[in-house]
Design a binder for this molecule. Structure first.
Ligand SMILES: O=C(O)C(=O)C[C@]1(C(=O)O)C=C[C@@H](O)C=C1
Length: 355
């Protein structure tokens, strides 16, 4: 059994999209029960209730979670409202406590996924469990680390697996708390189509306004579900207040989501025609790039023979400004053109360096 042909039958017990909602942190029994009641009353189709029991915080002296007492509140939520329950585990003690309290679904957080020792410890504590276990992407954009965590679980005979895309840390200031880097998640999906992927718009956005948009983007590319922080009184939440929403707002977001069908057979012909055109253009792009690199190689030889630095900031400035101007004229995103030209320039420098 390997990750590619894993069966993951657990996923079929839930209708798509699978929604996991609940507060960032369990704070009190009344906060948990009120949030659960209002999610139920909102009419939203949410089968799984989440709450953080142990919270990894960036700085010390913050609220680090209520600890095991919160597991009793999760149990009450299950008994009174019929939700399945889910929480994060970050070490073997958490796993033991969560399994003893019969939490239904566990997840490994982004800060744990980066550390193979931690993942190994959690995986061993989970040995043989039938409960679904989700692995959030590591904080840094490292696909191998993400896959490695799943392999560690599988090697402990944990076969009901899923992943959560919660975005990646960045030093740059952006509109996201954690940039989505969709391509990494899509690379993952491509390689492991049997492992369900949920989006975590709360951690990608870090605010309330972007949640619906990010969730929709994820469903547009075929994600199986989402995990979203929902609190009965978000402004007063003890952690991550700015990204939590009320159960009523959640219901509104869910009702506006459009879930796309992954089957394209209904309009095969038209798709085929467009895809042929795209393949043709891709081929031309590669030929053009190859031509450009050959010219760069000639320039590189001239520079080498005349002892001139490879990186020419003035010339690069002209090229990138021209590209930006063209992006504007053609209505393309300037971020996209910037990324493409940076990649081309970087490769051109590599080519000249290798001479
Ligand atoms: O114009 C040059 O000097 C080049 O070598 C070409 C090129 C490019 O690929 O566009 C590569 C490196 C320089 O920093 C600037 C531009």
């Amino acid at each position: 059994m390997d990750l590619k042909n894993i069966e993951n039958k657990w996923v079929h017990q839930f209708a798509k999209p699978i929604i996991i909602a609940g507060p960032c942190s369990a704070e009190s029994e009344s906060q948990m029960l009120e949030t659960a009641r209002r999610i139920k009353e909102s009419g939203a189709d949410v089968p799984i209730f989440r709450a953080g029991i142990w919270k990894p915080r960036t700085k010390p002296n913050g609220f680090e979670g209520v600890g095991v007492i919160g597991l009793n509140w999760l149990k009450k939520v299950k008994e009174e409202y019929g939700f399945r329950t889910a929480t994060e585990v970050a070490n073997a003690h958490h796993v033991e406590a969560a399994l003893a309290a019969d939490v239904d679904i566990l997840w490994i957080g982004a800060r744990s996924t980066v550390n193979p020792f931690t993942v190994q410890e959690i995986a061993e504590a989970l040995n043989g469990t039938q409960k679904p276990v989700f692995v959030k992407n590591p904080v840094n954009p490292d696909l191998a680390l993400w896959i490695g965590a799943l392999e560690r679980l599988l090697s402990q005979n944990v076969q009901n697996l899923g992943v959560i895309h919660r975005g990646f840390s960045t030093y740059r200031k952006t509109k996201y708390r954690n940039i989505p880097n969709w391509q990494i998640a899509l690379d993952f999906r491509q390689e492991f189509p049997n492992i369900p992927m949920l989006v975590d718009p709360s951690h990608i956005c870090g605010n309330r306004t972007g949640l619906a948009g990010v969730a929709q983007e994820a469903f547009n590319v075929g994600y199986e579900g989402m995990i979203i922080e929902t609190h009965c009184n978000p402004d007063e939440a003890w952690s991550d207040a700015s990204q939590q929403i009320t159960p009523e707002v959640l219901a509104d977001i869910i009702s506006n989501l459009q879930i796309r069908n992954s089957d394209i057979s209904a309009f095969d012909d038209e798709m085929d025609r467009h895809r042929t055109l795209i393949s043709d253009l891709d081929f031309q792009l590669i030929e053009l790039l190859s031509h450009r690199m050959k010219i760069s190689e000639k320039i590189g030889t001239l520079k080498k023979d005349n002892n001139i630095a490879i990186f020419q900031p003035e010339r690069w400035k002209i090229i990138s400004e021209y590209a930006q101007q063209k992006a504007d004229e053609t209505g393309m995103s300037s971020e996209f053109i910037e990324k493409v030209f940076k990649a081309i320039h970087e490769e051109s420098i590599e080519v000249q360096n290798s001479l």
